[in-house]
Design a protein around this ligand. Structure first.
Ligand code: NOJ
Length: 689
C-alpha cells in the first residue's frame, strides 16, 4: 500500500489539474470540464434543483474540433483557466421585451495540443449553458507564418442522462419548411455511428425530459461557420456541421474527410448552447441566445422600426394572381395603389409587393432594379410617401446569391432612391449559388452571404425579412436590421401543399421549436378559408386561431397575409389586427404544452396595454388565463375575440364572438377554444376607439 501512495498522490495532482468547474451565479447549474485519458476534452452538467437535489443532466461528453492540419479532439494538456462573472442589462432595439438581463459566470480553459493553443469558453446561466472554441492558434502564427485550419468535424456532443422526447426536423428539410416531428431519444440508443444519416436533424432540437423538465439545443452567433446539425449516436446528440460543397458534392480533404469550414486566422466558433429549465415557461422566457450574441453594432438605430404589413402575396399563392406580367398580374400600379390606400385606412404600416420586377418568367434571371411595364415605381413611391405607408421591396434571387451579392450596393441604392427601406429577400433553390459555387445555404459560404446582405443593408438603412434563410441564431442583437426570417413551413403551405395544408397541431409546435430560434415570418391572418384553385388544400384553423397567432408568433415585421376584400368580410375581427402591436415591453407564456396549445400574454412596448393570444391543435380545450399581469387596482377594457359555440376549423371556421367588458388583475378568464381554434384579447387602459 505504502508503495502505491506516490502513485495515488500523482494521480490526484494530475486529476485536479485536469478538472475544473463553473456554476451559474445563483448556483442552479454547474458545468465541469476535464481532460479524460488521452487528453480528451469533456464536459458534464449538474442541476442543483429547488429540492436540494443534485442531478446530473449531461454526463461526460466530448468536445473538440478535427481539422486537416490538427486533430483537436485529443492529446491536449491544460495550461490554465480563468473565471469571470458577468452581470448586465441591455435594451433591445425591438423585441419580446424591452430589457434583457445577462447574468452568467464564464470560464476559459486554456489547452495546448502540440503546436496549437485553443481555448474552450464556457458560460453558465441559471437557465442553460454555452460552449465555444476560441482562437485555435499555432505557434507558427507567432513566427509570422500563415496558419489556417480546414475544419472537417466538430466533436461536441450532449450525453443527456434521461430518456427524452425531442421535436425536430431532418437536416435536409428544404428551407427548414417541414412539420416538426416528435422522436424518442433513449439514453442507450445505439443508432447509427455515422455522422450523417437519414436521422440527422436540424438545429434546434426541443427536448422534454422524462422528469418533466425541458431542454433546447441550438447555437448562437453563427457568423462565419457552417450551421450545426445533430445526430443521435449511442444515446448522445452529436454535432454534424453542414458540409462545404464542390460542384454540388461534398468537398474532401487530402485524407478523404468531408470539409466543413475554412478558417484562416484566429477565430471563434458559434456558441453551442443548451437551455435547461424545470418548466416550459422558463424555457420560452430564456434569453441565453440573445445574450450570447455581440451587442448592437449599428450606432444609430432610430430608422429600425417594427411594423405590420400587408402584401400583394397571398393572391399568388392561392393562384388568383401571378408574379409574372399577364392578365392576372398582381403587382400592378393599380393594385398596389388599392393596397396602399387600404393599408392607410386601417393603420397598417406597409405593403409588400412581389412580382414588381422583371424575371419571374423563368425564376432564373431576376432584375432587381427593373420594374415590369405595369409598375410605375416613381408614382407608387410618391403615393406611399404621401399616404405614410411604406413599400416593402422584394428581392427573390431564385438561389443565385452570387449575382445578388455582386450588385447589392446598386440594388439597395435603387430601393432607397424610391424610399424603400424594408426588403424581403428570397432564395428559392435547395442548393444556392454563392461566390463559392453551388453550396448549402446553411453551409459556411451561405452563412457568409447572408451576413454580407445584412451588413450592406444596414449601410443603406434597410431592414431585411429573409426568406429561405439559415436558421436564426440571435444575430438580430448585433444587427437589428435583420428583423424577421422564414425558415418555417409557413402559411403559404396552406394555399398549395398537396398534403392538404398543415395539420392543426403544427402551429402549436412552432412557438416551442422554430420560434425559439428567433422572429418568424409565418404570415398569419387568413380570413377566408375557401380555396378557389386548390379546393382540397386549406388553412386548418378557425378565424380566431388566426387572430391568436398575432400574439403567439413573434415577429417585429408582422404580415397580415390575406387580401383586403377578405378582411372586409370580417371587418369587426380585423379590428384586432389593426390594433395589435408587434413590439413588446414584456412577454410571457401563460400556459401551454408542446404540440397541444399555447397562450401568450404580451404588453405593448411603451404602453400599459396587454394582448393575449391562444391557439389549440385539433382538440378543443378551455384556456384559463389569470390576469395577474395587470396593474393591481386598475380597471382595463378587454375586447375578447373568441370562437363561437359551434366553431370548428373544419365545419364552422367563421363562427366567432366579440365581447367587450371591464377586467381587473384579480380576474381569471375561462375561454373555450374550438377544435383548431383560439382567441385573442386586447386589454387596454383606455377604451379602444
Ligand atoms: C417563397 C417564399 O416563402 C414566399 O413568401 C414567396 O412569395 C415566394 N418564395 C416567392 O419569392
Amino acid at each position: 500500500m505504502k508503495k502505491l501512495f506516490p502513485l495515488f498522490a500523482a494521480l490526484l495532482i494530475f486529476t485536479s489539474c485536469n478538472r475544473v468547474s463553473v456554476s451559474s451565479p445563483e448556483g442552479h447549474l454547474s458545468v465541469s470540464f476535464r481532460l479524460a485519458r488521452g487528453g480528451v476534452p469533456q464536459y458534464s452538467v449538474i442541476r442543483h434543483s429547488s429540492e436540494n437535489r443534485k442531478d446530473t443532466l449531461i454526463r461526460w461528453s466530448s468536445l473538440g474540433l478535427t481539422a486537416e492540419e490538427a486533430d483537436l479532439t485529443k492529446g491536449f494538456i491544460m495550461t490554465g483557466w480563468k473565471k469571470r462573472d458577468h452581470l448586465s442589462e441591455w435594451e433591445t432595439v425591438w423585441g419580446e421585451e424591452r430589457t434583457i438581463r445577462d447574468s452568467h459566470y464564464e470560464m476559459d480553459v486554456h489547452l495546448l495540443h502540440k503546436f496549437t493553443y485553443m481555448t474552450i469558453e464556457f458560460r453558465v446561466f441559471e437557465d442553460g449553458f454555452a460552449i465555444r472554441y476560441k482562437h485555435p492558434v499555432s505557434l507558427f502564427n507567432f513566427l509570422g507564418k500563415d496558419y489556417s485550419l480546414t475544419i472537417t468535424n466538430e466533436a461536441t456532443e450532449y450525453r443527456f442522462t434521461q430518456d427524452a422526447e425531442a421535436w425536430s426536423i431532418p437536416w435536409r428539410t428544404e428551407y427548414y419548411e417541414g412539420l416538426w416531428e416528435k422522436r424518442t431519444i433513449h439514453r442507450e440508443n445505439n443508432a447509427s455511428g455515422s455522422e450523417c444519416t437519414s436521422d440527422t436533424l436540424c438545429s434546434p432540437i426541443t427536448i422534454a425530459f422524462a422528469d418533466g423538465s425541458y431542454g433546447f439545443v441550438h447555437e448562437a452567433a453563427l457568423n462565419d461557420y457552417p450551421a450545426q446539425n445533430l445526430h443521435v449516436h449511442e444515446g448522445a446528440l452529436r454535432t454534424y456541421l453542414t458540409p462545404w460543397l464542390e460542384d454540388g458534392k461534398e468537398r474532401l480533404s487530402s485524407d478523404g474527410e468531408s470539409i466543413k469550414a475554412y478558417e484562416s486566422r484566429p477565430f471563434s466558433t458559434p456558441w453551442r448552447m443548451v437551455i435547461l429549465t424545470e418548466n416550459l415557461q422558463d424555457m420560452v422566457a430564456s434569453r441565453i441566445m440573445l445574450n450570447l450574441n455581440e451587442p448592437c453594432r449599428i450606432k444609430d438605430t432610430s430608422w429600425i422600426k417594427p411594423m405590420k404589413f400587408m402584401g400583394i402575396w397571398w393572391g399568388m399563392h392561392i393562384k388568383t394572381m401571378t408574379w409574372e406580367q399577364g392578365p392576372k398580374h398582381g403587382a400592378t400600379t393599380e393594385n398596389m395603389e388599392r393596397y396602399l390606400r387600404f393599408a392607410q385606412a386601417h393603420g397598417i404600416d406597409a405593403v409588400l409587393a412581389e412580382g414588381w420586377n422583371k424575371g419571374w418568367e423563368d425564376w432564373k434571371h431576376f432584375e432587381f432594379t427593373t420594374p415590369y411595364d405595369d409598375w410605375d415605381m416613381a408614382y407608387l413611391s410618391r403615393l406611399s410617401d404621401s399616404l405614410g405607408v411604406q413599400i416593402v421591396g422584394h428581392n427573390e434571387t431564385g438561389g443565385n446569391a452570387a449575382a445578388y451579392e455582386e450588385d447589392l450596393d446598386s440594388i439597395y441604392r435603387y430601393h432607397t432612391k424610391y424610399g424603400i427601406h424594408a426588403i424581403k429577400t428570397g432564395y428559392v433553390a435547395p442548393i444556392i449559388r454563392t461566390r463559392d459555387g453551388l453550396q448549402w445555404n446553411k453551409g459556411q459560404s451561405g452563412v457568409r452571404h447572408y451576413r454580407n446582405v445584412i451588413k450592406t443593408a444596414a449601410k443603406y438603412h434597410i431592414v431585411i425579412d429573409n426568406h429561405e434563410p439559415v436558421m436564426p441564431t440571435g444575430l438580430q442583437r448585433t444587427y437589428p436590421n435583420l428583423m424577421s426570417q422564414e425558415g418555417v413551413r409557413g402559411q403559404e403551405w396552406n394555399a398549395w401543399s398537396t398534403d392538404g395544408g398543415s395539420p392543426c397541431e403544427h402551429v402549436t409546435v412552432l412557438p416551442y421549436t422554430r420560434i425559439m430560434a428567433g422572429p418568424v415570418d409565418y404570415t398569419p391572418g387568413v380570413f377566408h378559408f375557401e380555396n378557389p384553385v386548390i379546393p382540397t388544400t386549406r388553412v386548418h384553423s378557425t378565424l380566431m386561431n388566426q387572430l391568436g397567432l398575432f400574439v403567439c408568433f413573434y415577429s417585429p415585421l408582422q404580415m397580415a397575409c390575406d387580401l383586403p376584400e377578405h378582411y372586409m368580410e370580417h371587418a369587426d375581427a380585423f379590428r384586432f389586427i389593426e390594433q395589435v402591436p408587434c413590439d413588446w415591453e414584456r412577454s410571457m407564456l401563460v400556459d401551454g404544452a408542446i404540440g397541444d396549445f399555447c397562450i401568450f400574454a404580451r404588453q405593448g412596448r411603451g404602453t400599459k396595454d396587454w394582448y393575449i393570444g391562444g391557439i389549440t391543435d385539433e382538440e378543443a380545450r378551455e384556456a384559463i388565463v389569470p390576469l395577474s399581469m395587470l396593474d393591481e387596482g386598475e380597471t382595463y377594457t378587454m375586447t375578447l375575440y373568441r370562437d363561437g359555440d359551434d366553431a370548428d376549423w373544419e365545419t364552422h371556421p367563421y363562427d366567432y364572438k366579440i365581447e367587450t367588458r371591464k377586467v381587473h388583475s384579480g380576474d381569471t378568464l375561462h375561454i373555450r377554444m374550438a377544435k383548431g381554434g383560439g382567441f385573442a384579447a386586447s386589454i387596454c387602459k383606455k377604451q379602444a376607439q
